[in-house]
Design a protein around this ligand. Structure first.
Ligand code: F0G
Length: 463
């Protein structure tokens, strides 16, 4: 009988000690941080699930490649190795390196969109939305119907609502919609994958209306693996072929190499359009750097080149998806409400269902983030009304977000199964005492992107 246990497909060569803390210390640290986990020192965190972005562990081959990095200002061989590795998976004509994903977004939206226009997406990530709004345009989310139902699983909950897109384009056309984007996997929508059939359908509609179609490819490898697992007809295809097929439907993409590039920094912008690429490179020189390095050192380009080879290894992806699912499965079978099924890079706890005694504007996501930190030194991030609520600038009146979630994002190749078992146990301890958990009010907030610096106060004594 074949062995069923799926192991981490790596050994550990360098270790980073975790500083243990006591509950009393954590009580003090979170109070000093005004109950906002972004304001904690990372040294005071035991298991950091704030983000999977730039927090992964590099392999010995990546570190070896770092030494090969060539720091020539123009025409570095590291750029050509980077370009070749990117083009194997993203076969676009022009590959423009940037220091991270949002730099690629900023350049793309600067050359393509302006005031009064609309950019649809399945669900925009917050930097994508902010870069579009900064241009005076509207960032429109068109998630599929299944995505609204938190508790019911669906294989491709990240899909776009194709009929809604078609209605929009019929009414508005090219003048109003300069491009359509699709985020794979759909991060703000619960780390859920997008089906190949959905990408194909969106691409077909865009091209019928003559509108460019772009992919936000941050977690393309995880998405490709889900397609292989869940979509009929793909079980026997390689992840590389699936990724290439996904990209073949698009006119270009933006990418943060801090996710599925398995690097700590970097990104790129890709396009088939000659004229657009010329304009993008002009802007790149203005703010990022010469087109053969973007905002990166040669050594970073090398780390990404190797990362993109490793991320499509199927034993790595199997471990990645199974280990995220392991956390989701072990808490949900004890009753903890999560977005079902677990996503590729993160598990999202439904805080409205976890803490039904709290109103959305008592910030249940903040309340749970605080409790998890105090209980066990675990740091997650609220994706709810603090991050996505609307505040009326004049009156200060707040409209809550659609969902109150706490995201536990898993850094790539960093934590072992016993770390995750510890996270499971901690969540279940907080679950047992959930009825005693109270809400928060905001005592200070910035006028935009308030979640990073907001200060909170407990509404009553913390239980
Ligand atoms: N698009 C998506 C879907 C993302 O998740 C991110 C970053 C970006 C674009 C921007 O890339 O950080 O390299 O500038 N997401 C991180 C997160 C920050 O925690 O989910 P970046």
């Amino acid at each position: 009988m074949a062995i069923k246990t799926i192991i981490e497909p790596f050994r550990i060569k360098a270790v980073e000690p975790i500083r243990m803390t006591t509950r009393a210390e954590r009580e003090a640290r979170i109070r000093e941080a005004f109950y906002n986990v972004f304001l904690l020192h990372a040294d005071d965190v035991l298991i950091d699930l704030l983000t999977d972005s730039g927090t992964g562990a590099m392999s010995s081959d990546q570190w070896a490649a770092v030494m090969r990095g060539d720091e020539s200002y123009a025409g570095s061989p590291s750029f050509y190795r980077f370009e070749e590795s990117v083009k194997r998976l993203f076969p676009f004509k022009h590959i423009i390196p940037t220091h991270q994903g949002r730099a690629a977004e900023r350049i793309l939206f600067n050359v393509t969109c302006g005031p009064g226009q609309i950019v649809p997406n399945n669900t925009h990530f917050d930097t994508t939305r902010a870069n579009i709004e900064y241009r005076g345009a509207t960032a429109l989310d068109l998630p599929c119907a299944e995505s609204h139902d938190i508790a019911t699983p669906h294989p491709f909950k990240g899909n776009m609502d194709v009929a809604a897109l078609e209605r929009l384009l019929e009414g508005e056309g090219l003048e109003k919609v300069p491009l359509v984007m699709m985020t794979i996997t759909n991060n703000s929508g619960g780390g859920q994958p997008v089906a190949m059939a959905n990408v194909r359908a969106v691409s077909e509609i865009c091209h019928r209306y003559g509108i460019p179609f772009y992919i936000d490819a941050c977690r393309f490898a995880e998405n490709a693996y889900f397609v292989k697992q869940r979509e009929p007809g793909y079980a026997d295809k390689s992840v590389v072929d699936i990724a290439r097929e996904l990209m073949s439907y698009a006119d270009g993409c933006t990418m943060s190499a801090k996710k599925d590039g398995l690097a700590n920094i970097g990104g790129f912008l890709a396009t088939d359009d000659e004229e657009l690429a010329r304009q993008e490179k002009d802007l790149l020189i203005l703010t990022e750097g010469y087109p053969t390095y973007g905002g990166l050192a040669g050594r970073d380009l090398e780390a990404i080149a190797v990362g993109l080879e490793e991320v499509v290894h199927e034993d790595y992806l199997q471990y990645r998806i199974v280990s995220t699912g392991y956390l989701g499965k072990h808490i949900s079978r004890e009753g903890v409400p999560i977005v079902q099924p677990p996503g590729g890079h993160a598990v999202y706890i439904d805080c409205s269902a976890f803490l039904p005694q709290l109103e959305p504007l008592q910030y249940p996501g903040i309340a749970l983030a605080v409790e998890l930190y105090v209980e066990a030194g675990i740091r997650g991030v609220e994706i709810g009304s603090v991050m996505f609520g609307q505040v009326e600038p004049e009156s200060g009146e707040e409209t809550p977000a659609e969902k109150e979630l706490l995201r536990l994002a898993i850094p790539r190749r960093v934590y072992t199964q016993s770390h995750i078992d510890y996270v499971v146990e901690a969540i279940l301890e907080v679950w047992k005492r959930r009825e005693g958990i109270g809400g928060y009010r905001i005592s200070y907030q910035a006028p935009f992107l308030r979640h990073f610096t907001a200060r909170f106060e407990p509404l009553g004594a913390r239980a």
